[in-house]
Design a protein around this ligand. Structure first.
Ligand code: SF4
Length: 310
């Protein structure tokens, strides 16, 4: 899983716990699960930019070599494609907002690992300046829906790192800085720890199905609450997971199939994926997982789709 997705889902869980919304079925694995990523696994644009920013801060090569380095990495990680605009934005970020902004500071720490309460919370801080300022680079979109969560993350990280941290900000690719108010960070951390301790002691937590909670949860297939949400929630995320009885399987020329469900939904299966539905029969009841939803309710069975018999 990519760095950003994993960090985001971990923060969502922590955030959920603090807000008494703790559907964290993975809490026991999560808490011993380090977020630390030493970039052995560069999967996306965000990973690559973090790696380059880290190297520039550490002065691993002269800034005049940035173009060459970028070319080198884009060849090496050839699954990452940057549009001309993204390339320009990345270069501008690395030169103007990383190199020029921080080159004169004496004391800089990068990718500083933090750990709290025997690994209860693990993470890493992108940049720490003079042990007083922490900076978190965000290469994805920042908007009202996630800024609160990211601010929460920085508050927790700053409280874990040191009480000497005076300020924290999120640095976006376009150079915009979002300052995070660190008031109450220590209290936030101890309240979070108390709640996680209680959950771990009692092994009790509330099942709370939502697209945010369930998206990365490994227990989807076995979770009744999840399947109830699939049945009842009008939410694009849950709608991708169809369940029901198969009423008809139609065969079309060129090997295409169409599966009709008792719910009225129809799923199109292209020839290249029909081997994945071998053995399904009219009258069977299935839970279909990860069926792509196209346009207005056109469901398609693709490479990552999966079927589960009820
Ligand atoms: S699938 Fe959703 S509701 Fe079920 S345990 Fe996971 S997060 Fe909770």
């Amino acid at each position: 899983m990519s760095r950003s997705k994993k960090t985001s889902s971990s923060v969502t869980k922590l955030y959920g716990i603090l807000n008494d919304n703790p559907c964290i079925s993975k809490h026991t694995t999560f808490i011993s699960n380090s977020n630390t990523n030493n970039y052995q696994n560069i999967c996306n644009k965000g990973d690559l930019i973090h790696k380059l920013a880290n190297e520039i801060i550490k002065k691993s090569y002269p800034i005049s070599n940035l173009d060459k380095k970028l070319d080198e990495y884009l060849n090496q990680y050839n699954n990452i494609k940057l549009t001309p605009f993204e390339l320009l934005e990345a270069k501008n970020f690395l030169t103007s907002h990383i190199y020029n902004s921080y080159k004169d500071y004496e004391c800089k720490k990068t990718e500083e690992p933090i750990s709290f309460s025997n690994g209860l919370i693990n993470g890493q801080i992108d940049l720490i300046i003079n042990d007083k300022i922490i900076v978190d680079y965000k290469t994805g979109k920042i908007d009202k829906s996630n800024i609160e969560k990211y601010s929460f993350q920085l508050k927790i990280y700053s409280a874990i790192y040191s009480t000497k941290i005076e300020s924290a900000y999120i640095l976006q690719l376009n150079g915009m800085k979002h300052h995070v108010n660190l008031d109450g960070s220590n209290e936030l951390l101890s309240s979070l720890k108390n709640k996680i301790d209680t959950i771990n002691k009692t092994k009790e937590f509330t099942y709370n199905a939502s697209s945010q909670n369930c998206q990365y949860c490994q227990y989807q297939k076995k979770c009744d609450t999840f399947w109830r949400a699939v049945k009842n929630e009008k939410d694009e995320f849950f709608e991708r997971f169809l369940l029901g009885q198969i009423t008809l399987i139609q065969n079309f020329p060129l090997g295409r199939k169409k599966i009709h469900l008792a719910t009225g939904e129809k799923i199109i299966v292209d020839k290249k994926y029909t081997n994945k539905i071998l053995g399904i029969n009219e009258g069977d009841s299935y839970k279909f997982i990860n069926v792509y939803k196209k346009e207005d309710k056109k469901y398609q069975f693709g490479a990552y789709s999966e079927k589960i018999k009820i």
